[in-house]
Design a protein around this ligand. Structure first.
Ligand code: HPA
Length: 272
């Protein structure tokens, strides 16, 4: 895995050799930010050595390198999910590659269902902690090169970056909710009984991604900041029956707001 990550990183560096600090992952329907990258170099995932192959026909996925607010960033347009059939270690392979490229901060976004009664569709939730119900990406043989066998997830989502995100939202004049994200394997949406159970577990929202990437990023000592867009609500708190289309529509409605907050975060951050 290490050699594969080194090879993929070398390939990306040959196309775009910047001193990256951030990688930003754009979740379903949240592509608005991709248009804001200056001097973009686009790299199809399918061309990067050892990257997982996309299972969604006609939707290959791209890595975009460039600058945002004057700072070098990598942007993943489309991610890999456990429900597509990959092992979680494969889902997070790109994060290993980004670490090889020197990235120290992961900013991830996704679409989620809201469980907290105070949430509305279109709200943006700052993830303060998670309940991971997807198999761990660290399962299997351990390579100390990447970090500890038993990494701490005590402060999985960086407290300093969370404060920065709150300042960024305030500056942009946008409301930012806070909550705990539960991640489930999917791809089916939850039953009413499962939603009740997730609320008992302490979750404010439920999605199908983010936690595997957070786990490996923390193992490798990267800082993580995560935003979830509430695209639907638990029927118990007024939500209607949902579909992938309704999720995408709600996500794209909130994508511009989210892009504003992310730009402020990148501008305000002075860590690298
Ligand atoms: N459940 C799980 N994943 C999701 C949901 C949901 O309600 N909405 C968007 N992604």
């Amino acid at each position: 895995m290490r050699e594969k990550a080194v090879e993929a990183a070398r390939f990306i560096r040959e196309k775009c050799d910047l001193k990256f600090c951030w990688v930003i992952i754009l979740g379903s329907g949240l592509n608005a930010l991709a248009d804001e990258i200056s001097s973009p170099v686009e790299i199809e995932y399918s061309s990067i050595p050892h990257f997982p192959r996309s299972t969604v026909p006609g939707h290959a996925g791209k890595l975009i390198c460039g600058t945002l607010c004057g700072k070098p960033v990598l942007l993943m347009r489309g991610r890999f999910h456990y429900y597509e059939g990959y092992e979680t270690a494969e889902v997070v392979f790109p994060i290993r590659v980004f670490r090889e490229l020197g990235v120290s901060c992961l900013l991830t976004t996704n679409a989620v269902g809201g469980l907290n009664r105070s949430f509305q569709v279109g709200d943006i939730m700052l993830v303060v902690d998670h309940v991971n119900l997807i198999p761990s990406p660290l399962r299997g043989p351990h390579d100390p090169y990447w970090g500890e066998r038993f990494p701490s997830l005590f402060e999985a989502y960086d407290p300093g970056l969370q404060k920065l995100a709150e300042r960024a939202a305030e500056k942009a004049g946008l409301r930012l909710e806070k909550g705990v994200l539960a991640s489930v394997p999917g791809p089916q949406f939850e039953t009413p009984a499962e939603l009740r159970a997730l609320r008992v577990l302490g979750a404010d929202a439920v999605g199908m991604s983010v936690t595997p990437e957070t786990i490996v990023a923390r193992q490798m000592g990267m800082k993580v900041l995560a935003f979830s867009v509430i695209t639907d609500l638990d029927p118990a708190i007024g939500g209607e029956e949902l579909s992938h289309e309704s999720v995408l529509k709600a996500a794209s409605g909130a994508a511009l707001k989210l892009a504003e907050i992310i730009k402020e975060v990148i501008s305000l951050y002075e860590g690298c």
